[in-house]
Design a protein around this ligand. Structure first.
Ligand code: NAP
Length: 446
């Protein structure tokens, strides 16, 4: 990969990059099938990604006609890499085996190691024979909706396709590596004003939040809407609050420390709740919730923004869903894409039906949504919440930070990029958008 890296750093043209040989093996972060029982008997928080995530050489797979080899300059930690590395809620090898049974090309994925990672900023090295829209040398970011166009179910909204998967989670050959294999319909232009690591952290969380709060497939914010955002300085939340602000809504950001509250204020969010300080006890014990605590949250929201919320941006799940359903305004929407604290959810259904509320499920984004969300990053209308950068060799530590909620925004991972700050092509645009704004989370996390 060194020859490839030198060519990229030297700004070699596409035809020169296309002529470089793709190596037979490459450095990657992966989990092993043999390890899936290693944390048996431990509580979730005791399961340590530093023990299960390995970094080493893996064989380069053959390229399918609709795919591209990409040289990954930087990637990011997403929570799905945490799930894979602690083998919860189930080991991801089952996904790979299912994909393996689908086709000859799918069979490449069913291996005894799983190369993880669902984000990348990269340079295209080679494209398969059926690819018409991308070529060697293109600088790209990668979204993780892994789907082909062969099922009718993929042709309205590809997130509804019966063979839809998340790249690097439900497929092999993910982005936490020096090289990756992606479908051509995962590629998007790299924002020219961002470094590799700033560009790498956005696609997964940005596109997910876009679908949830901008797309007609989610709960689109309209001007004046009040929106409660859980984990508002986390991966998803950092984009969610930007979308609410951009759309003329009023975000109410929930965080768990004064430092995170300061960060949100700097991002332009006026109404912030520190849930640790408020010390909400939505659950009295393992089986019973406390409606008076839901009421207290509702009162705190009204004190900040003068009314109940039209939309709740949900992802913590079991710990918060009862409260989320309760505090949503009549006819409002709870849009949810996850359940970090537990997926067996309990809420009081009377508050849902009597007040005609809706719970809307959402999952990642289709290509159109991911593309439009990426375009907003390209134009500087959405800022990258990059707060820390690790090298690929220390990917376990990076995943550990996210698992233990020790981070803000997004953690970037340098793969081929030898240092931070490389890859910025349009300094004038960067200046216009503002160095201070672009690096807000990084300066905060430093
Ligand atoms: P993240 O960076 O860890 O941020 C999540 C935030 O949630 C944390 O910063 C934390 O903020 C807050 N939080 C955690 N536990 C909480 C609890 N019990 N009560 C209230 N708040 C809590 O993770 P993320 O990238 O935003 O992802 C969040 C979840 O969404 C994960 O489960 C992930 O797998 C899922 N996800 C799903 C999709 C999809 O397409 N379906 C896409 C992306 C992510 P404070 O401590 O500051 O409150």
């Amino acid at each position: 990969m060194q020859e490839i890296l030198h060519a990229i750093l030297a700004g070699a043209p596409g035809d020169e990059i296309a002529a470089l040989p793709v190596p037979d093996s490459y450095r990657a972060a992966y989990v092993r099938r043999d390890d899936v029982d290693m944390f048996e008997g431990l509580a979730s928080e005791e399961k340590d990604p530093r023990k299960s995530l390995h970094v080493g050489e893996v064989a380069t797979p053959e390229l399918a006609p609709d795919e591209a080899y990409i040289a990954v300059m930087a990637s990011a930690i997403n929570f799905n890499t945490v799930w894979t590395s602690i083998f919860e809620p189930l080991p991801t090898f089952g996904f790979l085996d299912r994909l393996g049974r689908e086709s000859v090309w799918g069979a490449r994925h069913a291996l005894d190691h799983h190369v993880v990672g669902s984000d990348a900023a990269a340079v295209v090295l080679q494209v398969g024979s059926a690819v018409r829209t991308w070529k060697a040398g293109d600088k790209v970011t990668v979204h993780c909706n892994y789907v082909d166009d062969q099922s009718p179910s993929a042709h309205d909204d590809s997130m509804l396709a019966d063979n839809q998967r998340i790249w690097g989670f439900e497929t092999n050959f993910g982005g936490l590596a020096d090289l990756a294999v992606v479908k051509a319909n995962q590629l998007m232009p790299k924002p020219t004003h961002l470094s590799w690591e700033e560009a790498a952290v956005n696609a997964l969380c940005n596109s997910t939040s876009y679908r949830m709060l901008v797309s007609h497939n989610g709960a689109p914010v309209t001007q004046g809407d009040r929106v409660l955002v859980w984990g508002a300085s986390g991966g998803l939340g950092a984009y969610a609050v930007q979308y609410v602000l951009n759309g003329g809504g009023i975000p109410v950001g929930v965080v768990s420390s004064p430092a995170k509250a300061d960060l949100l204020h700097d991002l332009g969010v006026e109404a912030v709740i520190d849930r640790k300080e408020a010390n909400y006890r939505f659950w009295k014990d393992e089986f019973h919730q406390d409606e008076s605590e839901w009421r207290r949250l509702g009162k705190d929201i009204r004190a900040l923004v003068g009314d109940d919320v039209d939309i709740v941006f949900e992802h913590p799940g079991r710990q918060t869903m009862g409260a989320s359903v309760f505090v949503t305004k009549r006819a409002g929407t709870i849009v949810t894409c996850a359940a970090t604290s537990g997926y067996m959810i309990e809420y009081d259904n009377r508050h849902l039906w009597m007040k005609l509320k809706t719970i809307k499920g959402s999952h990642f984004a289709n290509y159109r949504e991911a593309w439009d969300a990426n375009q907003l990053v390209c134009e500087g209308k959405i800022l990258p919440p990059l707060s820390a950068v690790h090298t690929l060799a220390h990917v376990g530590e990076a995943a550990y930070q996210v698992h233990r909620n020790l981070h803000e925004g997004k953690i970037g991972v340098l793969c081929l990029a030898p240092e931070e700050g490389l890859g910025i092509d349009d300094r004038e645009l960067r200046e216009r958008i503002g160095e201070e704004r672009i690096t807000l989370f990084r300066r905060h996390g430093a």
